[in-house]
Design a protein around this ligand. Structure first.
Ligand code: GLY
Ligand code: MN
Length: 364
């Protein structure tokens, strides 16, 4: 990792990037608890008194390039702009900032308080590094995927008439907590027609009105564990009672489409655009609507990371990437089916499927 010629130092404000670089994670990441100031040869973690002790216990070397990590306090009397003025001195003329993260107000403050500095918008600098998982990151993702499979097994035993979407979502959360993990994201538990909403949020714990399971429902479960900060993601649909012919046909089409993507990946296809297009073709050939999202995404410390597998933008998939493969069909006001696995392209450029939960149509 070097700061490019375009800037002399880089101010990292994105909390996930800060965690990736230093291991620092506060209590409310959206509240700007820390910044990282990256120079060519050393790095500062800037944080306030609430986190100073914690920050001083971090490894003294950055996780990339073994750069030395120093910690400096921020306070009301000595806010970010004052500390920057001190650390940047007169040599630093251009300061890179993360244009997808720093707010307009924060940028204005920098411009007003440091008028001689030229702030330079930077995009995806750290995110590009995050695309390729280190062995320790991969181990955490694999552990999260395994726990997600185990949670699915556990959930099958909880599917009884009368259970609500909300209660089932809580079973997911509590299962992970008891295993020393957490949920990677708010689980999606959608019964019956609610499954036609790809990101149904009715099973959110704040909503106690979720549907109650009865004989005729299909159940969409989209969830994942988070282990040491690293996410897993999996979606399965099971049928409580007998599926209709239409549900069976849609399920088999989605399964076939998902299988196609895995086979293409296994046989060396590495174009995200082609993969997404091939999968959409199978769904379209069955006269079904294609999905309003991408075929999949990478993940890591965040549930959605670069790259995405999409017809909209070409990406070449490479060894070291972890990806979801998650085609779906959503029939408005009726039902939706999505099948999602987590996969890894290993160092030999071979595909490893991390999600082990079976995908054959399951009718309980
Ligand atoms: N599993 C949620 C998502 O990928 O959007
Ligand atoms: Mn996903």
């Amino acid at each position: 990792m070097t700061t490019s010629k375009k800037f002399d130092a880089l101010l990292v404000s994105n909390p996930v990037n800060i965690r990736y670089l230093t291991g620092f994670w506060g209590a409310n990441p959206e509240e700007r608890e820390a910044y990282v100031l990256l120079f060519h040869n050393y790095v500062y973690l800037l944080t306030n008194a609430l986190y100073l002790e914690q920050a001083k216990q971090l490894p003294k070397q950055l996780r990339i390039k073994n750069l030395e990590l120093k910690v400096k306090g921020l306070s009301r009397e000595k806010p970010l702009t004052a500390v920057l003025k001190e650390l940047l001195g007169s040599q630093v003329k251009t300061l890179g900032f993360e244009e997808t993260d720093l707010t307009v107000a924060e940028l204005r403050k920098l411009e007003i308080k440091l008028p001689l500095l030229k702030p330079t918008p930077i995009r995806d600098r750290i995110e590009t590094l995050r695309m390729f998982k280190r062995p320790d990151e991969l181990a955490n993702i694999k552990a999260a995927a395994k726990l997600t499979d185990q949670c699915f097994e556990y959930l099958l035993g909880k599917l009884k008439p009368g259970i609500t979407e909300t209660e089932l979502a809580w079973e997911i959360e509590s299962f992970f907590r008891k295993q020393g993990a957490t949920s990677a994201f708010s689980p999606i538990v959608a019964f019956g027609k609610n499954s036609s909403l790809p990101h149904y949020s009715g099973s959110d714990l704040e909503n106690v009105e979720g549907l109650t399971l009865s004989d005729t429902y299909l159940i969409l479960l989209d969830f994942g564990a988070r282990v040491n900060g690293y996410c897993a993601d999996m979606t399965r649909v099971v049928f409580f009672g007998k599926p209709t012919n239409e549900q069976k046909q849609v399920y088999q089409t989605v399964l076939q489409a998902q299988f196609k993507a895995l086979v293409l990946l296994e046989t060396g296809e590495r174009s995200g655009q082609i993969l997404d297009q091939e999968v959409r073709n199978i769904i379209a050939q069955a006269n079904l609507p294609t999905y309003p999202h991408s075929l999949g995404h990478s993940l890591g410390l965040a549930i959605h990371e670069t790259p995405r597998l999409s017809i909209k933008q070409e990406v070449q998939l490479k060894p070291g990437m972890v990806l979801t493969i998650e085609p779906g069909v959503y029939l408005e006001h009726k039902f939706g089916i999505r099948i999602e696995d987590l996969v890894y392209i290993n160092g030999e450029n071979k595909l490893e499927i991390l999600s082990q939960t079976p995908k054959e149509l399951l009718s309980l």
